[in-house]
Each structure stands twice: as structure tokens, then as C-alpha cells.
Ligand binder design. Structure first.
Ligand SMILES: Cc1ncc(C[n+]2csc(CCOP(=O)(O)OP(=O)(O)O)c2C)c(N)n1
Length: 485
């Protein structure tokens, strides 16, 4: 017997009030007769009954269900259109104890995110997908979906869908059950009370299987969309029963145990892969380490080929070695070599909320376009390291520490333009004191096997540090904790 009984109380998995709504905070934003509200209720009730609320993360996409996070008192992540299974994969793999739901419409899952759903299912990710098939793009006003029926009109097939022009309706439940990995796939319909009760059982079963760690589960939910189909709510429900079900037969398409163990925990942590001790530090040890490190957000920018992304990675790795919380987020220009490239790095003493760095404490600009692009966003009191002997004449920075370090020139003198990023690393450590110099030496010594290059790296690191030591900084000099912490 479950402790929680739906027939006696409203599910606590929904918020009591939908605070983000301006108007009536007890109503959803869904149109009268929309299937999303019913689907939400079934999911919320199943989570409550299975006692999963506190460890559930709901990944909601773009589409009418875009506001699912208004309603579900669970963890919520908003994913870009079609990408929910990929986001759900990341959430589940990084936190295997969580219950992860990918909630998707048919435009989302069967058109824009076709690749993501197929591969998540094929990998047997231990997530549950609720696929709301209402045969149309609802939110954007009724464009044709991959599930639109033959002859059905939509704003993009006003003549009615013709198979020889727009293809056939895609049957996702059938398609995905052709794969080896999925353990449970069922199609249900929100057409009448009897079918809704069947949907209720399917939703709960899928979540139960995820709780047991069984593997990939999906429930396709045929759902009415009265507004876009221009039908009365009751007529839309009949339409689901009489018409939609004919094209998309209900039933269990897959229900079997997987022949392999689904991925539950990563085989090795990142620290282990890098050969770094993953051991948790005591509070005192942590405190002692903090004396040698400073929290910083850093943007490294320049041309592809200048070692921009590698420099960011190395800084992040150094932070890991110092037991800091780190993130590294690369961003590529349209082409790799000589296109623009930048990456964001966060070194923190606390958990990192977002890997995005929009207002960095430190900007490393390896070329002029990056300097012009990112310098205006550097936080007051921040540091700019610019790869040149001097700033462009028209640029002035107030309230920032600016150091011009001709890293490419220094690297050429050392013997290879390749090490200009390491010169900048030396300058960065000197300017910000964010990480111990010895840690940089340790990371670099493990980086290359080639003895000559290793020596050049050592020299480059030292040269960057010494250059900054001796050269005059331009602009205001921040105090020891002028930025960061
Ligand atoms: C990459 C991308 N393409 C298109 C859109 C525009 N868009 C937003 S919602 C939507 C339709 C969603 O339809 P569906 O997934 O069927 O969900 P429904 O609204 O019917 O529940 C579209 C095309 C977008 N936001 N992002």
C-alpha cells in the first residue's frame, strides 16, 4: 500500500499555487481540454505514489509544456527544442540516484529532436520519456508535425498532408521498439476515462522501472489539442478515440528486461582519468588549500589554433588538482583554425552554478578582436591580459588591471609559437595569484612527452611570469582580492 492516496488529497508533487502566473494561480496555462494538463496530473500522481518527488528532475522542452516547471515541485531543467533526451542523459549520468523525466511534444521529439531520442533510446539511458503526441505543433499555431495524419490540414499543409509530398506519419513507439536497448514502450490515449486509467498505469510503470534501474522507458500519450484542431474539447477527445488511435494503435510495444546492465555510475571519475586523487578533503585540509588558491571566473579568447581551449583546460585541471570546483566551457567559431575561439573557466571554492562566464574576473585576449569583444564585459576591478606590447590607441580601461604581454613574440623567441598560451598562463598566475605556480609546472610536465617541447613549456611559463613581474601594468591596479571571491 502506498502511504499517499490520490483519491483523498491533491498531489503534493504540484505546487499549491503556480506563483509565476500573474492571473489565476490555481489554473495551468493550458487551453481547456488540452491533454498536457491530464498528462501532468498522471505523472505528478505517479511520482507521489512512488515516493520519488524529492529526487525527480523534470526536463521540459520548448512547446506548450514549456512551463512545466511552473507546476512540478521537483527539480526542473529547461532544455532547448528537441534536446531533452540529451540533457536528461547528462542529468541522470551525473546523478544516477535521480529520477529523470524527459517530457516532449511530437514536434519536439519526432522532428527537431529525432536524433536525440533515437540515440538516448539506443544507449538504453535509464530515463523515462513522456511523449505527448497531439498530431500537430501546438504552441506555434498548428504547423505540420511528423505525426500529422494523412489528409490532416495544418498551417504548413493547408491542402492536407499528402504522403508523396510530406511523407507518412512517423510512429515513434514502433520505431524505437525496433532498437535493442529500450525496456518498456507503450502507447496510450487520453480519450476517455477508461483510456486515461490505462495511461495512468503506464506512466506509473515506466517510473517504477526507472526506479528499479531497468533502463530506457517511454510512454507515448495520444492527446487532444482542441484549440489548434479547432474542435470543442469533447469533440477533440472523440477525435483522439476515433481517428488518432487508428493511425497510432495503442498497446505495449516493448516490455522486457534488458540483456545488459544499464549505465548507472560512471566507470571512472574525471579526477581518476586525469590521475588526480579524487579523495574528499577534511574541512581543515580544504581551508589550508584555500590559502593557495583564489576563486576566479576567466574568459580565454583568441583565434582557433592559438591554444585557447587548451589553456582553459589546463587552468581547469590545475584547479582540480587544488581541489577546487571547476568548469570549462568551450565555444568555437565557424571554423576551428583561424576562426574565433573562446572558452569560459570557473575556479571556485563552492559548487559552480553555471559554466557560463558572461562578466569575467579575468580576460585573456590573445588577439585584438577578442579584446574589443570581451573587454567591455570584464567585471570592475578585473584583470585583462592582452597578447601585445601595447593596447590599441583608442582603447582605455578604467577600474581594471590591464597587462600587455607579447606572448606570441616571447614564444617565438623561446622557439615555437605553440607555447604562447603557456606564456599567458605564467602571466595569468602572476597577475591573479589564483593557483600555485608549482601546480602549473606539474600539469605542464604531464602534458607532453616530447622533451624539447616540455622544456619550451617550462621556459614559457617562467617567461610569462617574469614578464609581468618586471613590466608596468596599465590602468588601475586592483587590491589583492579585487576580483574573484
Ligand atoms: C530549434 C527550434 N526550432 C523551432 C522553435 C519554435 N518552436 C517553439 S514551440 C514549437 C512547436 C512545439 O510543438 P510540439 O513539440 O508538438 O509541442 P506542443 O506545443 O504541440 O505541445 C516550435 C516549432 C524553437 N523554439 N526552437
Amino acid at each position: 500500500m502506498s502511504e499517499y492516496n490520490v483519491s483523498q488529497c491533491r498531489t503534493p508533487v504540484f505546487f499549491d499555487r503556480f506563483e509565476r502566473k500573474d492571473e489565476n494561480q490555481h489554473q495551468t496555462h493550458y487551453c481547456p481540454g488540452c491533454g498536457h494538463g491530464v498528462a501532468h496530473k498522471l505523472i505528478a500522481e505517479a511520482l507521489g505514489e512512488l515516493g520519488l518527488q524529492d529526487r525527480t528532475v523534470m526536463v521540459s522542452p520548448v512547446g506548450c509544456s514549456v512551463f512545466a516547471y511552473y507546476y512540478f515541485d521537483t527539480g526542473n531543467v529547461q532544455a532547448a527544442h528537441g534536446r531533452a533526451p540529451a540533457v536528461a542523459t547528462a542529468v541522470k549520468r551525473s546523478n544516477p540516484g535521480s529520477i529523470v523525466i524527459s517530457y516532449q511534444g511530437d514536434g519536439d521529439l519526432a522532428a527537431i529532436g529525432t536524433a536525440e531520442i533515437v540515440h538516448a533510446a539506443n544507449r538504453g539511458e535509464n530515463i523515462t520519456v513522456f511523449f505527448v503526441n497531439n498530431s500537430i505543433y501546438g504552441m506555434t499555431g498548428g504547423q505540420m508535425a511528423p505525426t500529422t495524419l494523412i489528409g490532416q490540414t495544418s498551417t504548413t499543409s493547408p491542402w492536407g498532408r499528402r504522403p508523396n509530398n510530406e511523407g507518412f506519419p512517423i510512429k515513434m513507439a514502433e520505431m524505437l521498439s525496433a532498437l535493442e536497448a529500450p525496456v518498456y514502450i507503450e502507447r496510450v490515449a487520453l480519450s476517455d476515462a477508461k483510456h486515461i486509467m490505462q495511461a495512468r498505469r503506464a506512466v506509473k510503470k515506466a517510473l517504477q522501472l526507472q526506479k528499479e534501474g531497468a533502463g530506457f522507458t517511454m510512454v507515448e500519450i495520444l492527446s487532444p489539442c482542441p484549440t489548434i484542431l479547432k474542435m470543442e474539447p469533447t469533440v477533440a477527445r472523440h477525435w483522439v478515440a476515433d481517428t488518432l488511435i487508428k493511425q497510432f494503435p495503442l498497446g505495449v510495444y516493448r516490455d522486457r528486461k534488458p540483456e545488459f546492465e544499464p549505465v548507472l555510475v560512471p566507470q571512472k571519475g574525471v579526477a581518476e582519468l586525469l590521475g588526480i586523487s579524487g579523495k574528499r578533503l577534511s574541512d581543515e585540509e580544504r581551508h589550508a588549500r584555500r590559502q593557495h588558491t583564489r576563486a576566479k571566473t576567466i574568459k580565454v579568447s583568441g583565434f582557433g589554433g592559438q591554444g585557447i581551449l587548451l589553456l582553459g583546460q589546463l587552468i581547469a585541471e590545475m584547479g582540480m588538482r587544488e581541489h577546487m570546483e571547476v568548469s570549462w566551457l568551450p565555444s568555437y567559431g565557424p571554423e576551428m583554425r583561424s576562426g574565433s575561439a573562446h572558452c569560459d573557466v570557473t575556479l571556485s571554492h563552492d559548487r559552480v552554478g553555471t559554466p557560463l562566464v558572461s562578466t569575467p574576473d579575468v580576460l585573456v585576449a590573445m588577439n585584438e578582436p577578442s579584446l574589443r569583444k570581451f573587454a567591455p564585459h570584464v567585471r570592475p576591478g578585473g584583470v585583462i591580459l592582452y597578447n601585445s606590447r601595447q593596447l590599441p590607441e583608442d582603447l582605455k580601461f578604467e577600474g581594471l588591471t590591464v597587462a600587455c604581454v607579447p606572448a606570441s613574440e616571447i614564444a617565438d623567441q623561446i622557439g615555437s609559437a605553440k607555447v604562447s598560451n603557456v606564456v599567458m598562463m605564467g602571466a595569468l598566475l602572476e597577475a591573479t595569484d589564483c593557483l600555485p605556480f608549482t601546480t602549473a609546472q606539474a600539469v605542464l610536465s604531464g602534458l607532453v612527452k616530447n622533451r624539447k617541447l616540455a622544456e619550451m613549456n617550462e621556459k614559457a611559463l617562467e617567461a610569462g611570469r617574469n614578464y609581468l613581474d618586471t613590466e608596468v601594468l596599465v590602468g588601475a591596479v586592483a587590491g589583492p582580492d579585487g576580483c574573484g571571491e
